[in-house]
Design a protein around this ligand. Structure first.
Ligand SMILES: Cc1ncc(COP(=O)(O)O)c(C=O)c1O
Length: 280
């Protein structure tokens, strides 16, 4: 596997960062995960805009222009033989003597790697659990500091669930690494973007697709009781696409199988990917 580190393309086994990198010491950095289908970067401008927003939020100057990101990303995809991949990229505040305040000057570390795309068969549905949202108040920043998310996801995995859906002050926010949609009386509902959720690229694409197909949806807060009483629950992310949740805390969601609205939206999503693959 060929990775990108600070201007160079090299094998993963040769990539090295100093132990004093603030990403390692403080989790001081941000990241993106961009799917690649048939060698083409999916929703690239949206991912680069979210990266820009994350960098601005942590007061770190974007070290590369849009064009420079594009060139490096395309080279990385080609060097890893095109096809389907998942690109992980992160920017940290770079190596510096350990001290909480920002170093002067900042020499950011830019790292990108390609991972195999997860092969997703039409989902049979997944288990999810609910947990108190123990994260901070800036979940809109795609921060590499993911300890709360890691612990919450691990709790899900330990009981055989695919995701932990996070409840903050009585409302469902999102998953440990996904956004959440529910369906009530045929209407899809997802929480509005705020500092408490990540503005998911998959989430936005689903909203866009539902709008185009004139399927009813709302961006609205989801009280915990509404989550538990909903007909369908989906979790969405770039790597997992749209997964129907069929049990929540061991109780069936709706009829206990993937729902009809999920099926419609899933097919629209697959068509969208197919068009990207064939460059339509
Ligand atoms: C906390 C969180 N919310 C939502 C998402 C979904 O975002 P996207 O659709 O851009 O992958 C992710 C993705 O990893 C995430 O970590």
């Amino acid at each position: 596997m060929i990775v990108y580190l600070n201007g160079e393309f090299l094998p993963l086994s040769e990539a090295r960062v100093p132990v004093l990198d603030r990403g390692f010491i403080f989790g001081d950095g941000v990241y993106e995960v961009i799917p690649v289908y048939a060698g083409r970067l999916f929703r690239l401008q949206e991912h680069l805009q979210r990266l820009e927003n994350s960098l601005t939020s942590i007061k770190l100057h974007n070290p590369l222009s849009r064009q420079q990101w594009l060139e490096r990303l395309e080279t990385l995809v080609d060097r890893n033989n095109g096809g389907d991949q998942s690109i992980y990229l992160q920017v940290t505040r770079g190596p510096a003597k350990r001290n909480h305040n920002f170093p002067e000057p900042v020499v950011p570390t830019v790292f990108m790697m390609s991972e195999p795309a997860s092969i997703l068969p039409p989902s049979l549905g997944a288990k999810a659990i609910t947990r108190t949202d123990t994260r901070w108040q800036r979940c809109d920043i795609k921060s590499i500091a993911l300890l709360a998310n890691v612990l919450l996801r691990q709790e899900a995995v330990e009981v055989g669930a695919a995701e932990a859906i996070l409840i903050r002050e009585g409302y469902a926010m999102e998953g440990a690494a996904s956004n959440v949609f529910i369906v009530v009386d045929g209407v899809a509902i997802t929480p509005p973007n705020s500092q408490f959720i990540l503005p998911g690229i998959t989430r936005d694409l689903i909203i866009e697709a539902m709008q185009a197909a004139q399927l009813p949806y709302r961006e609205a807060d989801i009280p915990e009781a509404q989550l538990r009483g909903s007909d369908e629950i989906w979790i969405t992310s770039s790597t997992r696409e749209i997964i129907p949740v069929i049990t929540l805390d061991d109780k069936p969601v709706g009829a206990g199988q993937p729902g009809p609205v999920w099926s419609q939206v899933w097919h629209i999503y697959q068509d969208y990917k197919q068009k990207l693959r064939s460059n339509v």
